[in-house]
Design a protein around this ligand. Structure first.
Ligand code: MG
Length: 168
C-alpha cells in the first residue's frame, strides 16, 4: 500500500504525474479506438472464450493512428482520459504502451479486480466518479454501441467509431 497515495483517488485510476487538476475532459476508449485489437479478437470466438489470453496479447496491439492523433489533438485545456474495460492487472503494460505509441493520456482508468459488470455499467459508474471528482466531460469516443448509448443517456456527447469487433 502506497501511503502517499491520494486517498480520494480510486485505486484503478492512474493519473499522469503532473497532469492538470480535474476540469474539462474528453474520454477515450482504448481498444478499437486507439489500440488495434483485431489480431486478438479470434480468442473471443468459439465455445471457450480466452479472456486472459485476449488481454495478455494487448501489448502487441498496433496503434490506430487516427485514434492516437485524436488524443494528441485534444485541446490543451482539456484532460485526455482513457477509460477502458481492460482489467487492472494490465495497468503497467498499458501505460508503457501508451508512452511508446505517443498517446496523450492524463488519466488512465481500468476495470477494478473482480468487477464483472457489463462494460457499459462499469463505464457509467466511472463516469459518475469522474463528474464527482470535478471532471466536465465534453465528449466521449467508443467503439461499442451499448457504451455510446450509455454516454448519451447520461447527457454526454458521444461519438461512435466502428471497429467491427461487435456483431450487430
Ligand atoms: Mg473498445
Amino acid at each position: 500500500m502506497d501511503r502517499h497515495r491520494d486517498r480520494r483517488r480510486p485505486a484503478n485510476w492512474h493519473p499522469r504525474p503532473g497532469a492538470p487538476v480535474p476540469g474539462p475532459a474528453v474520454v477515450f476508449d482504448l481498444d478499437g479506438v486507439i489500440s488495434d485489437a483485431s489480431h486478438r479478437q479470434p480468442l473471443l470466438r468459439g465455445p471457450a472464450l480466452d479472456w486472459e489470453g485476449f488481454f495478455a496479447a494487448a501489448v502487441d496491439d498496433p496503434p490506430i493512428p487516427a485514434g492516437v492523433g485524436l488524443t494528441r489533438a485534444t485541446a490543451a485545456d482539456h484532460a485526455a482520459v482513457i477509460l477502458t474495460a481492460r482489467p487492472s492487472w494490465l495497468a503497467a503494460p498499458t501505460l508503457d504502451w501508451l508512452t511508446a505509441n505517443r498517446v496523450r493520456c492524463d488519466l488512465l482508468i481500468l476495470r477494478p479486480p473482480e468487477d464483472r459488470r457489463p462494460a457499459a455499467s462499469f463505464k457509467r459508474h466511472e463516469l459518475g466518479r469522474l463528474r464527482a471528482a470535478g471532471y466536465e466531460i465534453a465528449a466521449a469516443i467508443d467503439d461499442d454501441e451499448r457504451i455510446v448509448a450509455m454516454y448519451r443517456a447520461e447527457g454526454v456527447l458521444a461519438l461512435y467509431v466502428h471497429s467491427g469487433y461487435y456483431e450487430r
